[in-house]
Write a protein that binds this ligand. Structure first.
Ligand code: DX5
Ligand code: ZN
Length: 229
């Protein structure tokens, strides 16, 4: 297996009263990427965190900060996140008037760029921008909330996206977001994903315990991934 698997805890399920410590702990526990969910109470019916929080977290971790924008419009906020230290920025094509321009804006800001696909959104948005994306993020729940159930039909879409990536010959990461747990992460990997967002699965596992309390859940996720050959 040549694919490198990366685990991306979604801090949406972290304890916001001690967010810095949560990030430090989850990275110390072996997570690769901090998945940063930005919601605007407009594109999705929830409200979360913005560039100020990203800027506060940047100095405390070397981990990649993967900003998932669930906002509309998207363009105005992109330079702010780049300045705040984001490494990757993804957006939903339905939320941008000019998808190619938004991808270019993210790259010009110095970040890796990606498109996010809701469960009912067609992969055809990739047809003319495959050479411009660094990441494809497939939602396996409808965006807006953590703790939802994985939509099994996503597996078909993961396989289709994997075929597109392999045919492109480019190093494009395939991330899956929503309802990923110890009992389904291997199946998601077998379908072709290589970046796994997990919010409630990771953060609810450590409630009430000591620092570095995410070691066992991250290890359990990795043990499942190790079965995928
Ligand atoms: C949902 C967010 C997800 C969410 C995942 O809109 O994009 O990143 O936090 O949470 P879980 O892993 O609990 O489904
Ligand atoms: Zn997300």
């Amino acid at each position: 297996m040549s694919r490198q698997f990366r685990i991306a805890p979604s801090i949406l399920s972290a304890n916001f009263a001690k967010l810095g410590q949560e990030v430090t702990d989850v990275v110390a526990s072996g997570a690769d990427i901090i998945h940063f969910d930005v919601m605007d109470n407009h594109y999705v019916p929830n409200l979360t965190i913005g560039p100020l929080v990203c800027e506060s977290l940047r100095p405390i971790t070397q981990a990649i900060i993967d900003v998932h924008l669930m906002v509309k419009p998207v363009d105005r906020i992109i330079p702010d996140f780049a300045k705040a230290g984001a490494n990757m920025i993804t957006f939903h094509p339905e939320a941008s008037e000019h998808i190619d321009r938004t991808l270019a804006l993210i790259k010009e800001s110095g970040c890796k760029a990606g498109l996010v696909f809701n469960p009912a959104t067609s992969l055809s948005y990739l047809d003319y921008v495959m050479d411009k994306v660094d990441m494809i993020l497939l939602m396996s729940v409808n965006p807006g909330f953590g703790g939802q159930k994985f939509i099994p039909e996503t597996l078909v879409k993961i396989r289709a996206a994997r075929q597109r990536i392999d045919a492109s010959g480019r190093d494009i990461w395939l991330e899956v977001d929503g309802g990923v747990k110890i009992d389904n992460i291997a199946e998601v990997a077998r379908a072709g994903a290589d970046v796994f967002v997990a919010g409630s699965a990771i953060f609810s596992a450590g409630k009430g315990a000591d620092p570095h309390r995410y070691d066992s859940v991250v290890a359990a996720l990795r043990a499942e991934l190790a079965k995928v050959a």
